[in-house]
Each structure stands twice: as C-alpha cells, then as structure tokens.
Design a protein around this ligand. Structure first.
Ligand SMILES: C[S@@+](CC[C@H](N)C(=O)[O-])C[C@H]1O[C@@H](n2cnc3c(N)ncnc32)[C@H](O)[C@@H]1O
Length: 188
C-alpha cells in the first residue's frame, strides 16, 4: 500500500526499467478485446497496456487512469500516435468516470498498492456496464503480489460487489482474478 502518489523520479525510473512488461501483453490478451470495446486500465503507469489495447479497440476507446500525475504525463507523451486513447489522473478508490462508462476494466501490478481494495473493486464495478469484464493481475506470491489467501479475499470482495463468474488463473508466475458484471444493483 502506498500512502502518497509516486514521485517524478520513481515514475521515470519505472517507465525506463519496465517499458513494456510481458504481463501487460498478458492482461490485454486475457481481456479478449473486440474493436468496439471501451477499455480502462486502472493504475496504468506509463500506459503500455493502454497502447496495446488502443491498437485493438479501433472503434472504441482505451483509457488509462493513475493517481500519479508524473505517470500520466509519461503515458501521454508516449501515446501521441493514437487518437482513441486518453489518460486521466485519479485514484482507483474514486475513479473519475461516470457509471457504466466501460465494457472492460483491468489493473496490472497496481492492486497491491491500493489503500482500500474493496472500495477500488466497487469502483471498478460501478464504471463497468452490465456484462462488462474485470481483471486483476498481480504477481503470484507475497512479494509485490497476491498470495492464494489474498486472491481468495479478492474473489469474495468481487462477488460481494456484484461480479459473477469470478475465476482465477495462473500464467507465467502471474495470478489473474477475473469476473463479469452482473446487472446493476438498483438498491445501492
Ligand atoms: C507497479 S506500477 C504498474 C504500472 C502498470 N500497470 C504496469 O503494469 O506497468 C503501479 C502503478 O499503480 C499506481 N497506483 C498505485 N496506487 C494507486 C491507486 N490507489 N489508484 C490509482 N493508481 C495507483 C502507481 O502510481 C503506479 O503507476
């Protein structure tokens, strides 16, 4: 968990060292995007996964959000070749988007930093339309990732906020928890 947004130096170092992580390709592949999807990457960092998605969602939109302004600056500078991409500063716990904006949302290597994970998952569900897909990718394990018991908590939290068909897969030392948005909860 981070108590403050990443500094310019930390963002710059991360963006140099991890220009296009393989796990970004994995999460985009598992998101199974179509041309018309509206995709959101939460904690997008330098935006590598958002750019991969933008190349697929030609009739839709690929959006990245990150709470570090420095990361969003880097992501924007690297994405000037795309016209269906945008980046916003904002936190997972309070996403700056209207209800039902997206058809798919994911987060990669960011979830373990979130201050309030249950709230972040509820926000993820709020910004997805009914039937929208969500994916949480982390390293498999305790260090900068999710243990099996933490993954079980994520499953329970996702089901608690209205995701169904929640499933877990492990690929290439990554763990991915996915779910599908049920119909809107009219009581909330
Ligand atoms: C390890 S980087 C991962 C970046 C990118 N997803 C990737 O896979 O390369 C973690 C990112 O999560 C962002 N982050 C951490 N906590 C966040 C929160 N609560 N809301 C939004 N972004 C957050 C950080 O600013 C950082 O850019």
């Amino acid at each position: 968990m981070d108590d403050k947004p990443w500094s310019r130096l930390r963002a710059w170092l991360y963006s140099l060292l991890f220009r296009s992580p393989k796990s970004n390709e994995l999460v985009v592949r598992l998101a199974d995007l179509s041309r018309s999807d509206r995709a959101l990457d939460i904690g997008c960092g330098p935006g590598a996964a958002v750019r991969l998605a933008a190349g697929i969602v030609a009739e839709g939109e690929a959006v990245g959000v990150d709470r570090a302004e420095a990361m969003v600056d880097i992501a924007r500078r690297r994405s000037t070749d795309f016209d269906n991409i945008r980046f916003e500063v904002g936190s997972a716990e309070r996403l700056p988007f209207a209800d039902g904006t997206f058809t798919v949302a994911w987060t990669a290597h960011s979830f373990h930093h979130w201050e309030d994970r249950a709230r972040g998952l509820a926000e993820m569900r709020r910004v997805l339309e009914g039937g929208g897909r969500a994916l949480i990718l982390e390293q498999d394990g305790k260090k900068h990732g999710l243990t099996d018991s933490q993954a079980a908590e994520v499953i329970a939290d996702m089901e608690g906020v209205g995701f169904r068909d929640v499933a877990i897969v492990k690929v290439d030392k990554q763990v991915v928890v996915s779910g599908v948005c049920g119909p809107p909860n009219l009581d909330s």
